[in-house]
Design a protein around this ligand. Structure first.
Ligand code: CP
Ligand code: NVA
Length: 293
């Protein structure tokens, strides 16, 4: 593994390797003496907003002994039209890795192609692999395994997070059900159930998961999305279909009263904030593995 560009291009063994190292990294957080990024500087290039991803990467790089430089996509020359290929070649002369949040997956792939440093996808319009790896780790911590678990994703079934979920489910043997209105359903994917019927999707689910209805870049469609997605909210009624004790997960940020009710979020806040914390541990594991190769 030279880069982490998507879940689509990872295999089950690589995912297992990341999750196994995450467990060690998390357990050793306060007493870890290994500094795999010592002497290194990693660039964080973000053209979209972020709280969790930015801070967990900045803290993670520091905890691994390195330094980071944050570059807002609109403030560097790339925002004024310098090519991705040139930016990648220049930053590769200064930095030892690049963490990129942007719109087009193709730009990430282009950066990885022209640069000579490891590249990590910190969210694109197509995928959010670091989030989904943290989710896999969180489910394993809480339920012992992900294979064979029934996961119900409710909401915008065509967004980056649900796409990464689809690839993870196919590789790890998760029984993934996506409940979404037809306008926001993903294309057909082998082994994945897609339905507009929430009750069927949520029936006996081990995990009920959602993401925002208006992803970054979709703001112009906000009113229409909110109207169409209104019935696809995680609320007490939906949870009645799920297994007793089901895990409720949300990648955050959350919009209470939209994709999830205030009460459901607060009753499951332990899981949801563990999920957010695990971003740090899984990303430290990913950087450790990439820095070694
Ligand atoms: N879940 C997630 O990626 O959050 P941020 O947008 O705050 O980074
Ligand atoms: N689907 C959301 C995820 C935010 C972490 C977005 O792209 O905005």
């Amino acid at each position: 593994m030279k880069h982490l560009l998507s879940i689509e291009e990872l295999n089950a063994a690589q995912i297992a390797e990341i999750l196994a190292l995450t467990k060690k990294v998390k357990a050793n957080r306060s007493r870890e003496t290994d500094r795999p990024l010592a002497g290194q500087t990693w660039a964080l290039i973000f053209t979209k907003a972020s709280t969790r991803t930015r801070v967990s990467f900045e803290v993670g790089v520091r905890e691994l002994g390195g330094q980071s430089v944050y570059l807002a996509g609109q403030e560097i020359q790339m925002g004024r039209g310098e090519t991705v290929a040139d930016t990648a070649r220049v930053l590769s002369r200064y930095c030892h890795g690049a963490v990129i949040r942007t719109f087009a997956q193709a730009d990430l792939v282009e950066f990885a192609k022209w640069g000579s440093i490891p590249v990590i996808n910190a969210l694109t319009d197509d995928e959010h692999p670091c989030q989904i790896l943290a989710d896999m780790f969180t489910i394993t911590e809480k339920l012992g395994a992900v294979a064979g678990k029934k996961v119900c994703f409710i909401g915008d079934g065509a967004c980056n997070v649900s796409r990464s979920w689809i690839f993870a489910a196919q590789k790890l043997g998760i029984d993934l059900w996506i409940a979404a209105p037809k306008e926001f359903q993903p294309g057909e994917s082998a082994g994945i159930h897609v339905t507009a019927d929430i009750a069927t999707a949520a029936k006996n689910a081990d995990v009920v998961y959602t993401d925002v209805w208006v992803s970054m870049g979709k703001e112009a469609e906000a009113a229409e999305r909110i109207k169409i997605l209104q019935p696809y909210q995680i609320n007490a009624g939906v949870l009645q279909h799920a297994k007793p004790g089901t895990l409720v997960m949300h990648c955050l940020p959350a919009y209470r009263g939209k994709e999830i009710t205030h009460d459901v979020l607060e009753s499951h806040q332990q899981t949801i904030f563990d999920q957010a914390e695990n971003r740090l541990h899984v990303q430290k594991a990913i950087m450790t593995l990439l820095a070694k190769r």
